[in-house]
Write a protein that binds this ligand. Structure first.
Ligand code: PLP
Length: 443
């Protein structure tokens, strides 16, 4: 029955997206699976984008979509924001990349350090992946310990140490939370250096942190779990992790690549929990490739090369490149405390209105999220950890995702999304209305 509903939606999709289908077939000749990015693909094939404008995107078949993906939450000013476009044009005329720094490197660093409580100093990278990699490296060098602890189901980018137990198969899970390789052939040595923790279970976390304290350099975690539809962690749990790590001499790294957008000073300011190091990305680059990591001065000074050789060398041809810096600066200019308030109020309105629809339709659906982020799950109870997250109905999720796409609304494949500064109350009402219609249809 459910698969019949999915086929119906897919057939509609096929009719609307004929040019995308042709392009996907062509792409598959040159790119494995016709794609270069896991999150860019969905079945039967993704829409190929022609252009974006404001909070809409347009595909090659001429379809318009209200865009709640905004490139994995990164485009908080929407697509082709005039201020960013102007700055990029000016900068492109002056030069896109230099071997030396420009003054805007200081300007963007100053803004981020002023806003984000844990940042004394920071360094730029070109991706969130590099940011978590280099934050972990700093923790290892500072503590002179080599193991790290991460959470089961936590995503922190593509590098080896964190590409473990990200989305393991249910049958591979063990009671003692053995780390599960991210791919066949991943070296055992890397797996041995990673301790796996469960979200929201402070007792188990404390026991593991105490057991491995002499070899554990850091705990890396998101304060708001992106892969669970932006589920914020319980405050008591966060306080507990902060207290225990401090006591045991284990550094705490917040991965705020996504959660930075929930408050002026990121999730750390919202929760009032200050990590030792923070990894950033997405919104701080204004839509251009970016990452950054920073934290306590005494840790970050390991990267200081000014007196000879840095303890940890850090290079990157496009680190702090002018195009990213000017786009990031323009973005920060618009992200005032008032903007966050407005965005977060709209996010709250969206979640409340969706919950009202679900109550009315009496469906086993749960709405998660915080600030300008939201997720829709086909399940009754909230998500506590990775294992409980597996209990959602994935087929229903796929039907909803495809049906919304057919109605001109783009969500992440996980039926999650993010607002941007152009989102209006009318957009929320439109989204809720369409979601109501679709849910009643696929119920
Ligand atoms: C929480 C989190 N950490 C790290 C990353 C990696 O960032 P990037 O894709 O820029 O390498 C992502 C990307 O989606 C993310 O969501």
């Amino acid at each position: 029955m459910e698969s019949r509903k999915l086929n119906l939606e897919i057939n509609k999709y096929l009719l609307k997206t004929k040019k995308s289908k042709i392009l996907q077939e062509k792409a598959a000749k040159y790119l494995p699976g016709g794609s270069t990015r896991e999150a860019q693909y969905f079945d039967p094939y993704p829409i190929f984008i022609n252009h974006g404008k404001g909070h809409y995107i347009y595909d090659v078949d001429g379809n318009e979509y209200l865009d709640f993906v905004i490139n994995a939450t990164s485009l908080i000013l929407g697509h082709s924001h005039p201020g960013i476009v102007d700055r990029l044009k000016i900068q492109a005329n002056k030069g896109t990349a230099f071997s030396g720094p420009i003054e805007d490197l200081i300007n963007l660093s100053e803004i981020l350090c002023d806003r984000i409580p844990s940042l004394d100093t920071l360094r730029f990278t070109n991706s969130g992946t590099e940011a978590t990699l280099l934050a972990i490296r700093a923790a290892r060098a500072f503590t002179k310990k080599n193991k790290i602890a991460k959470f089961e189901g936590g995503y922190h980018g593509a590098h080896e140490t964190v590409a473990i137990s990200v989305s393991p198969n249910i049958n591979d899970l063990t009671d003692d939370m053995k780390p599960i390789a991210g791919y066949v052939g991943q070296p055992e040595g890397i797996l041995n250096d990673v301790i796996m923790l469960p979200y929201n279970d402070l007792n188990v976390c404390e026991a593991k942190l105490r057991e491995y304290k002499d070899s554990l350099s850091c705990v890396i975690m998101e304060p708001v779990i992106s892969s669970f539809g932006y589920t914020p962690l319980d405050l008591d749990f966060l306080i507990g992790i902060r207290t225990i790590t401090k006591e045991l001499g284990i550094l705490l790294i917040f991965d705020e690549v996504q959660s930075l957008r929930i408050a002026y000073g990121g999730a750390q300011e919202h929760f009032g929990i200050i990590p030792d190091l923070t990894a950033m990305g997405k919104i701080i680059g204004g839509g251009l490739p970016v990452g950054a990591f920073g934290g306590r001065e005494e840790i970050m000074s390991l990267y200081d090369q000014s007196e000879g050789k840095a303890v940890i060398p850090h290079s990157g041809t496009f680190n702090g490149n002018p195009m990213t810096l000017v786009a990031g600066l323009e973005t920060m200019k618009h992200l005032t405390p008032d903007t966050y308030k407005r965005l977060n109020n709209l996010g709250e309105m969206l979640r409340l209105k969706l919950r009202a629809v679900i109550a009315e339709l009496e469906m086993p659906v749960m709405i998660s999220g915080i600030g300008s982020l939201f997720g829709i799950h086909f399940r009754n109870e909230p998500i506590k950890d990775y294992r409980s997250s597996l209990k959602s109905d994935k087929l229903m999720r796929r039907i909803l995702f495809t049906a919304l796409l057919n109605e001109g609304i783009l969500l992440q494949g996980q039926t999650a999304g993010a607002l941007n500064i152009l989102t209006k109350e009318a957009d929320i009402d439109n989204f809720v209305k369409v979601t109501r219609e679709v849910l009643s249809r696929i119920k």
